[in-house]
Design a protein around this ligand. Structure first.
Ligand SMILES: NC(=O)c1ccc[n+]([C@@H]2O[C@H](COP(=O)([O-])OP(=O)(O)OC[C@H]3O[C@@H](n4cnc5c(N)ncnc54)[C@H](OP(=O)(O)O)[C@@H]3O)[C@@H](O)[C@H]2O)c1
Length: 245
């Protein structure tokens, strides 16, 4: 891994799960990391664990104007931005017939509006640093998962936006990729993990024979952020031990 000293990384939803593990991995390689989320107490606890290279900004990625404010505060604090990790995400599984308008709006606002608005606001700063965007998608963006119509289609939008934004920002020297995790042991998957039958079915269909740890996904993000991935753009890389290939 290249030395990331003096690099500044912004990770939305960086106070828990995959985002927090990714923050920790970037910090271990010398970077300064801004983490965001809606819950101040969660971010405070995370920054205490992550140490002085971590800085927290409370904010809701699904709200108009918040991406711009968070990018502005990042630049005011550190003067630059090298990598944007669009990680904040939400999902609610269930049949479409039991899904409310508010559920659909909240999932699309968080998972699609957020990453698009953050990418737009980050563009001038990433053009200065010849930086990168990494969106967190999901293996269900391509695979078949009953009850996941809203969540999976929002992640499919993330994958396609990754390709199109890569085409748009490539001429500025900015790379744009996605990491698509399989089932990973975090807060968001509590329901699936407590359903033994479902968990067993997923592990049985995962060639590597286990579910993922947040660190597995963090490692994939760091690979794509590295300069040695400098010729890779517009890709969504599955990090799911082979689940839903
Ligand atoms: N775990 C898996 O199996 C899995 C699989 C595929 C993809 N993913 C994706 O991985 C990403 C990270 O999820 P995770 O598994 O690490 O779960 P997680 O621990 O629940 O992380 C989600 C994070 O996003 C933040 N967040 C949610 N809505 C937000 C909003 N409107 N504004 C700002 N922050 C918001 C949450 O903080 P607050 O609640 O404090 O705002 C939380 O820190 C998500 O995009 C998820 O869809 C996860």
């Amino acid at each position: 891994m290249e030395n990331l000293e003096n690099k500044v990384i912004l990770i939305t939803g960086g106070g828990t799960g995959i985002g927090k593990a990714t923050a920790s991995a970037f910090i271990a390689n010398g970077a300064k990391v801004v983490i965001t989320g809606r819950r101040q107490s969660v971010l405070e606890e995370a920054t205490q664990k992550l140490g002085p290279q971590a800085y927290a900004i409370v904010g809701d990625v699904s709200k108009d104007g918040e991406p711009a404010r968070i990018i502005e505060e990042t630049i005011r604090k550190f003067g630059r931005l090298d990598v944007l990790v669009n990680n904040a995400g939400t999902g609610k599984m269930g049949p479409l017939s039991e899904t409310s308008d508010q559920d659909i709006e909240s999932i699309y606002r968080t998972n699609v509006f957020g990453p698009l608005a953050f990418a737009r606001e980050a563009t001038p700063h990433l053009a200065n640093s010849k930086g990168a965007i990494i969106n967190i998608s999901s293996v269900v963006a391509r695979g078949m998962m009953p009850g996941a119509a809203v969540y999976a289609s929002s992640k499919a939008a993330v994958d396609h936006a990754t390709r199109l934004i890569a085409a748009e920002l490539g001429p500025m020297g900015i790379r744009v990729n996605a990491v698509a995790p399989g089932l990973t042991d975090t807060e968001i998957t509590a329901d699936v993990k407590s359903n033994e039958q479902m968990l067993g079915m997923i592990i049985a269909q995962t060639p590597m024979g286990r579910i993922g740890e947040p660190e597995d996904i963090a490692n994939a993000v760091l690979l794509l952020a590295d300069n040695r991935a400098g010729w890779i753009t517009g890709q969504s890389v599955q990090a799911g031990g082979g689940f839903l290939l």
